[in-house]
Design a binder for this molecule. Structure first.
Ligand code: AMP
Length: 585
């Protein structure tokens, strides 16, 4: 039925987007109405006394704000079966596993055809705008996409990461073809049971089709950097495979071997050419355009916790533009990047008013709730008052509330965004941070972004030694009295104790939050500790998450590791090579 392939009419998509965003308030009302009509028969909504009403006022009056914890029993029953209208009118066909970086374990969330359709709509929208500025020809995409393990729940539903559910959906491939962004790797590579083998073969496919590659992409920027760091290790082996036309014996899955055998022919010229190009590079600068001469851009989510990878990505990219992909989550999509020329550090996401019903908790007015969050109070005395999509104010920060097409109603996503402006009447959001990823000992409050800025500042000191921070994380150690911040760094080489000490002091001074500085001055927070990790520690953390069912495509390094996240904390603590304490205060 969907076999007929047509190139996407980008101008039509843009026209529809413009019309919809001019009428965002109305479209939101219609979207809520549709969601409530389609799911009004569900047990969840039936119990809330909506009695068929679908207007925003009744919805807000009857339906409480919830977190994942509140919905977990419902989702668990959906997963356990038998099929029943629990959260949605129609049965939920799949379960997604969100990356669960914060809590340390993946969360179950519902996935259905409607959510797939909104995913495609987001993809099409940003593609339409992107292609205006950076047109691609009918070539291929080197996509570092991977599948998670797919399991079956007790009730017989397939469970995998949201990206896996998307990649496996029959519509995905057609949509990619219509966007001239077809993956150069065969399915056997994308869905290989082992991601190391999958990655190796993605690289090999990219090289085989190097002249045709139009874009290099992944869901999150981390996987692109990870891929080219791996390339640095395996490039000679890749060249050998191309020269001989025989795949390395380290690829063991027969399905992958036979799919790759169809693509590989002995090609000594290509092998020599790649070898020459790689040998001529200085510290791998500009690797991507060197390998792929027709690449137009590099594409993936580059904001939020992905920002720390931009420096390395730019290094590999040379003068190829970096374009951030869209904003969403396993729970549902939110906004598209419709200003692709803007550099990733300033990227905003225009909310699509017809893919869900959105509300926003103003963080300024609900500061009290934040304080309670911070001290860990188990109850919230003040019910936060969210505002509607078109009521948000430029310059203000909000927590995002989603009512999705897949059975989540007034769901607190836990992300903090800032309104940077409006596209017609829909807001353009900048991703700020996860709300609960916060370093705090007493009155201090440092977000993931504050941590990132501090690390960037201190990393300049090792850059002088031609070293880089490969990845980082943090933890609040309350076992010491007073408690203190611990920052974990994996560094690309050996660093002297003297430089380490300077880095540690610099980190301590770079947290400029008034609560932190004043607490440090009176020693209500102890000296910051910098712990240097052995090489490969973050790979161990990645492997740990993969073991839990996560996929590399969706992986986000946990930046603040809480005490509940035992395993990751243990990996970090077991791999400390050396450490030092700040003397900055
Ligand atoms: P997951 O839990 O794997 O579904 O990941 C969803 C989370 O990833 C969101 O709630 C955000 O915290 C983060 N995220 C998704 N898209 C972006 C983006 N464009 N910029 C920054 N963070 C993002």
């Amino acid at each position: 039925m969907l076999e007929k392939m047509e190139i996407l009419d980008a101008e039509k998509v843009i026209k529809e987007f413009e019309a919809m965003t001019k009428d965002a308030e109305n479209v939101q009302k219609q979207t809520l109405k549709k969601i409530l009509e389609e799911n009004g028969s569900s047990e969840y909504l039936q119990n809330l006394g909506l009695d068929g009403r679908t207007d925003p006022e009744s919805f807000k009056a009857c339906v409480p704000l919830v977190t994942h914890t509140d919905l977990e029993p419902y989702i668990q029953r959906i997963a356990d079966g038998p099929s029943a209208p629990i959260l949605t009118g129609k049965p939920i066909p799949n379960i997604s596993l969100s990356s669960g970086t914060t809590q340390g374990k993946p969360k179950f969330v519902p996935f259905n055809d409607e959510l797939m359709e909104t995913t495609l709509q987001i993809f099409r929208t940003s593609y339409a705008f992107r292609n205006r500025e950076f047109p691609i020809q009918n070539g291929k995409a080197l996509q570092f996409i991977y599948s998670s393990k797919q399991t079956k729940t007790k009730g017989g539903l397939f469970a995998g990461t949201a990206t896996t559910n998307v990649f496996r959906n029959s519509q995905f491939k057609n949509a990619m073809k219509a966007m001239q962004s077809q993956c150069c790797s065969p399915d056997e590579v994308i869905f290989a049971p082992d991601f190391h083998q999958s990655l190796y073969c993605h690289l090999l496919c990219g090289l085989v089709f190097r002249e045709e590659i139009q874009l290099v992409s992944s869901t999150f920027a981390h996987s692109i950097v990870h891929a080219f760091r791996t390339f640095e290790q395996v490039w000679e082996e890749l060249c050998a495979d191309i020269r001989e036309g025989v795949l390395t014996s380290r690829i063991t899955f027969s399905s992958v071997r036979s799919a790759m055998a169809k693509l590989l022919k002995p090609n000594p010229e290509l092998a020599d050419s790649i070898h020459r190009k790689c040998s001529g590079l200085s510290n791998w600068y500009g690797l991507i355009p060197e390998l792929f001469p027709n690449v137009k851009y590099i594409y993936g989510i580059m904001t939020g916790s992905m920002e720390p990878y931009l420096k390395k990505l730019r290094h590999y990219a040379g003068d190829v533009p970096l374009l951030s992909a869209d904003y969403g989550s396993s729970e549902g999509w939110i906004g598209a990047n419709v200003n692709p020329k803007v550099p990733p550090e300033s990227t905003t996401y225009a909310v699509l008013p017809n893919i869900g019903y959105f509300e926003f908790i103003p963080l300024k007015e609900n500061a009290e709730e934040q304080v309670q969050d911070k001290v860990g109070a188990s109850f919230i005395s003040v019910e936060p008052k969210p505002v509607g999509l078109t009521e948000v104010k430029v310059g203000e920060e909000y927590e995002v509330i989603v009512t999705s097409v897949a059975g989540l109603y007034r769901y607190r996503l836990g992300d903090v965004v800032k309104v940077m402006g409006f596209h017609n009447s829909t807001p353009e959001l900048k991703f700020i941070c996860r709300r609960n990823l916060m370093l705090t000992v007493n009155i201090d409050k440092n977000t993931e972004k504050d941590l990132q800025l501090a690390v960037e500042e201190a990393a300049k000191l090792i850059a002088e030694e031609k070293l880089e921070v490969i990845d980082f994380s943090s933890h609040v150690d309350l076992w010491t009295d007073p408690g203190h911040y611990v920052i974990f760094w994996e560094i690309s080489g050996e660093v002297s104790d003297q430089v380490l000490k300077e880095c540690c002091n610099c980190l301590d001074r770079s947290f400029v939050d008034a609560g932190y500085v004043s607490s440090r001055k009176v020693n209500a927070i102890g000296p910051l500790e910098l712990r240097v990790l052995r090489r490969g520690t973050f790979q161990k953390i990645l492997d740990h998450y993969l073991g839990l069912g996560a996929a590399v495509s969706q992986f986000k390094t946990p930046r603040c590791v809480g005490p509940m996240n035992h395993k990751v904390l243990q990996i970090l603590c077991d791999n400390v090579a050396k450490s030092c304490f700040s003397t900055a205060f």
